[in-house]
Write a new protein. Structure first.
Length: 339
C-alpha cells in the first residue's frame, strides 16, 4: 500500500511531542512536493538549527523509508536563505549550509539528521524570514517569525527556601517581548553517593508546576510542600547509596516562553492528539500550492536557582514522605568533603 508520510516533527517542549501520521495514498494520484520545516529559533543560542525535509511516496513501510536520507531530504536541490528584518528593513541575508553533526544529543535534534545551520547570533529586535527555493522547479516556500525577548525569573523569592509551606504561594517572572505562551517547571537536583565505592552521580527530575500553557504571569501559584511528594514519586529507595543536596542549588525553576506561531502550532496539534490526514492543523510555512507543513517559530527560557532552609532539609531527611530515601543535608555534604 502506498503511503504519504508527513513525518515526525520534534517539538520545542518535551511534554508537547507531536505524533506522526500517515495517510493511504492513491498510487494513480499526481505526486505532490510537500515541504516540511521544523525551526524553533532561540536568541540565547550562538547557533540555531533548522530541519527541512519532504513528504514522499513509498510502496514499502513508510517509517522504514523515513530513515533513508534519499527519501527525506532535498540535499542540493534547494537553496535555503534566512533574511533578517529590523523595522521592516532587510538588514542581513544568509544562505544556510548543512550539517549532520550537531554538538548536542538531548535537544530537539540528534546527530545523523541533515540540518541547516544558522551560524550567527539572533537579534531580539529583528524578524526572520526563511526562504526555500527549489532549484529544479523554482517552487518557493516561505516562513516568518519574531524572536522571543529576554526575560527573568524572580531570584529573590524568600519563600522558595521553605519547601514546607502547605498553602499556595506566588511564583513570579517578567514577560518577554513576543511571548505568547509559557510553561513553568521545577527541577530538583541531588547527588547519589555509592556507599561501597564513594562514586558520586548527579541526578535530577523535572515536574511541571502549572498544568497547561499560561498566557501571562498573573496568578502563577503552586504549593511548595508538594515537592516532597514529587521526590517520593521520582526517586526510588536504594540502600546502596546515600543522597545529598547542595547548599544553594538543589531547586531550579524554569519558565519556557514561545511566540504566537509556536503557541498556535501546539494548541492546534495537541488538542486532537494527532495530525489531520492531509496536513497539520496549523502551520506558518507557506507556499502558493499549499503543500507545506511544520513550524518556524521562536522560544526562550529563563531560570533561577534556590536552596532549602534548614527546616526543609530536615523534613527531606527524616520526614514521613521522604525519610526512607536516604537523603542528607547540605551541611553533611560539606562535612563529607572537609568544608
Amino acid at each position: 500500500m502506498n503511503k504519504y508520510l508527513l513525518g515526525i516533527l520534534p517539538i520545542l517542549l518535551a511534554t508537547l511531542l507531536l505524533p506522526s501520521c500517515s495517510k493511504d495514498f492513491d498510487s494513480n494520484a499526481p505526486y505532490a512536493d510537500v515541504t516540511i520545516v521544523y525551526g524553533v529559533l532561540d536568541a540565547d543560542q550562538s547557533t540555531n538549527y533548522i530541519k527541512i525535509y519532504r513528504g514522499f511516496l513509498t510502496e514499502d513501510d513508510a517509517y522504514q523509508a523515513a530513515t533513508i536520507y534519499d527519501s527525506l531530504y532535498y540535499f542540493d536541490k534547494i537553496k535555503v536563505e534566512l533574511e533578517e528584518y529590523v523595522a521592516n528593513r532587510l538588514t542581513h541575508s544568509w544562505e544556510l549550509d548543512t550539517t549532520t553533526q550537531i554538538p548536542r544529543e538531548d535537544g530537539d535534534f540528534t546527530t545523523k539528521q541533515l540540518l541547516y545551520v544558522v551560524p550567527q547570533p539572533l537579534s531580539e529586535s529583528a524578524t526572520y524570514k526563511l526562504v526555500i527555493t527549489n532549484k529544479e522547479t523554482g517552487r518557493v516556500v516561505r516562513a516568518t517569525t519574531s524572536i522571543v525577548g529576554h526575560f527573568e525569573v524572580d531570584q529573590h523569592m524568600a519563600h522558595l527556601l521553605n519547601m514546607k509551606i502547605p498553602s499556595r504561594t506566588a511564583f513570579k517572572f517578567t514577560l518577554p517581548d513576543n511571548g505568547a505562551s509559557y510553561q513553568v517547571y521545577q527541577v530538583f537536583h541531588y547527588i547519589e553517593r555509592s556507599k561501597s565505592t564513594g562514586i558520586e552521580v548527579r541526578k535530577s527530575f523535572r515536574r511541571q508546576l502549572v498544568s497547561g500553557n499560561l498566557t501571562s504571569n498573573e496568578n502563577v501559584q503552586y504549593v511548595p510542600a508538594t515537592l516532597y511528594n514529587a521526590i517520593a514519586s521520582n526517586v526510588e529507595e536504594d540502600p546502596s547509596v546515600d543522597r545529598y543536596i547542595t547548599v544553594d542549588s538543589c531547586i531550579q525553576f524554569e519558565v519556557w516562553a514561545v511566540n504566537e506561531p509556536m503557541r498556535n502550532y501546539v494548541i492546534a496539534n495537541s488538542t486532537t492528539g494527532s495530525v489531520v490526514t492531509d496536513r497539520l492543523n496549523y502551520t506558518n510555512v507557506e507556499c502558493e500550492d499549499g503543500h507545506t507543513a511544520g513550524i518556524f517559530a521562536s522560544r526562550r527560557y529563563a531560570t533561577s536557582w534556590h536552596g532549602m532552609n534548614t527546616e526543609s532539609q530536615e523534613e527531606l531527611k527524616s520526614g514521613s514522605t521522604t525519610g526512607h530515601l536516604g537523603f542528607h543535608t547540605a551541611a553533611e555534604y560539606l562535612q563529607l568533603h572537609g568544608y
